[in-house]
Every structure is written in C-alpha cells, then in structure tokens.
Ligand binder design. Structure first.
Ligand SMILES: CC(C)(COP(=O)(O)OP(=O)(O)OC[C@H]1O[C@@H](n2cnc3c(N)ncnc32)[C@H](O)[C@@H]1OP(=O)(O)O)[C@@H](O)C(=O)NCCC(=O)NCCS
Length: 195
C-alpha cells in the first residue's frame, strides 16, 4: 500500500511539474493595463484593427488607439456613474492582446474594444480577455452588456456569438461611410445562490 502511495505521489508530482512547465513555457497572463504598456498595447490594437479594416483604418482610428490616447483613457477610468477597466494579455513579457470593458451604475455595461495580435490569433487569447471583462462586469453587478461589430468582420462576429452576444440591431454607414455595424448585446445571468 505504502508503495502505491509513494508511486501515486511521484505520478501526481510529475503531472503537476509538467503543468507548471507548460504554464512557464507559455507564460500567458491577463492583468490590468499599466502605463508602461501603452506603446505595446497601442501597436497590438492598431495591428488588430488594420487586419479587418484594411485601408479604412484611418487617422481617427490611429489617434484613438494611440499610446497617448490609451494613457488618457486610464487617467479617467472612473466617475460618479461608471467605471471602465483595461486589461492586457501578456506573453513572455510582450503584450499580445488588449480589452476595455465598462460598467455603469444602472447596470448597462459595454465591451468597448478588444484586439489580439494577429500573429497570436485563434489561440484562446480573445476568450481569456473576455473572461477578464466578465469578471469585472459581475463584480460591478452589470445586467446587460452592449457592443457592436463591423458587419464584414466575420471572425469577430463568430467570437461574439461564441461568447453569448446576440444581434440587437443593424446600423448602416455608422462610424464611417461604407462600414455597417451590427449592434450586439448580452444579458449576464445572475449567479444562483450556492451554485
Ligand atoms: C476577434 C478577436 C478578438 C478574437 O481573438 P482570438 O484570440 O483570435 O480568439 P480566441 O482564440 O479566443 O477564439 C474565440 C472564438 O473566436 C472565433 N474565432 C477566432 N478566430 C477565428 C477564425 N480565424 N475564424 C473563425 N472564428 C474564429 C471562434 O469562435 C473561437 O472559438 P473556438 O476556438 O472555440 O472556435 C481577434 O481576432 C481580433 O483581435 N480581431 C481584430 C480586432 C477585432 O475584430 N475586434 C473586435 C471588434 S471591436
């Protein structure tokens, strides 16, 4: 019996060690944005949005996702009626994804933007960032979350549907001429007692 325990201990330790090795090798973490992330986060967002906007990625978008504007955003994340949070996914000390989520005192939150470095796409990073946003909304007791997605951005439409967003409207030539937006929403399910 003693031998069995000793062997199972070795077995479980080796599983644990290989898991730790996997995490260390991957070194993928999601954490709050800090000011020193601004340049890398801006580069990731610009690359991600260019990947589906092409030459429609204009000077307004360049300015919105600039390092300077990200720093401005973090300096005003909270007021009397709401709060926003920016999270980054970091791999091997490099920012590979960024998300901004907001919450309001009335319970209507928003998923403001998300961008994953196209070289790291389809590896679960967007889903990890969505989880960070979900935790934030739940903490802030949000009831409904809104966002929108460009109608030609198929990858993101699938991403949102996978994460329980549903279409709520369609707006033609919305932020700019020639690009329609699909309005999406998601109702957060209240956690059942003891679940
Ligand atoms: C949309 C985006 C955030 C997804 O990030 P990601 O890290 O690639 O996503 P994940 O690997 O977590 O995949 C989540 C789901 O997205 C969908 N998805 C991701 N890549 C996809 C692809 N190449 N084709 C189709 N669906 C895809 C799938 O449903 C996937 O779930 P699955 O792996 O179980 O099939 C990323 O592609 C991106 O930054 N796009 C450019 C910016 C953008 O469009 N932002 C959203 C508009 S604000």
């Amino acid at each position: 019996m003693d031998k069995v325990y000793r062997h199972s201990g070795v077995f479980f330790r080796s599983i644990l060690e290989s898991r730790i090795k996997m995490v260390k090798e991957r070194m993928l973490t999601v954490r709050r944005f800090c000011k020193t992330d601004s340049e890398q986060a801006s580069a990731v967002l610009c690359k991600a949005f260019k990947s589906f906007m092409g030459n429609r990625f204009d000077t307004i978008m360049t300015a919105y996702y600039s390092a300077e504007n990200l720093l401005k955003q973090v300096s005003s994340l909270k007021d009397n009626f709401g709060e926003s949070a920016i999270f980054v996914a970091e791999e091997n000390e490099k920012v590979v994804g960024v998300v901004k989520a907001s919450a309001t005192s009335g319970g209507l939150g928003s998923f403001d933007y998300v961008g994953v470095d196209p070289d790291s796409s389809a590896r679960g990073i967007g889903s990890l960032l969505m989880s960070a946003a979900e935790t934030f909304w739940i903490e802030k007791k949000q009831r409904k979350i809104i966002t929108c997605v460009s109608a030609h951005n198929k990858k993101a439409i699938i991403y949102y549907l996978k994460h329980d967003f549903i279409p709520e409207g369609y707006c033609r030539d919305h932020f700019r001429e020639g690009v329609d937006e699909i309005m999406l929403c998601r109702f957060l399910k209240p956690k059942l007692e003891g679940a």
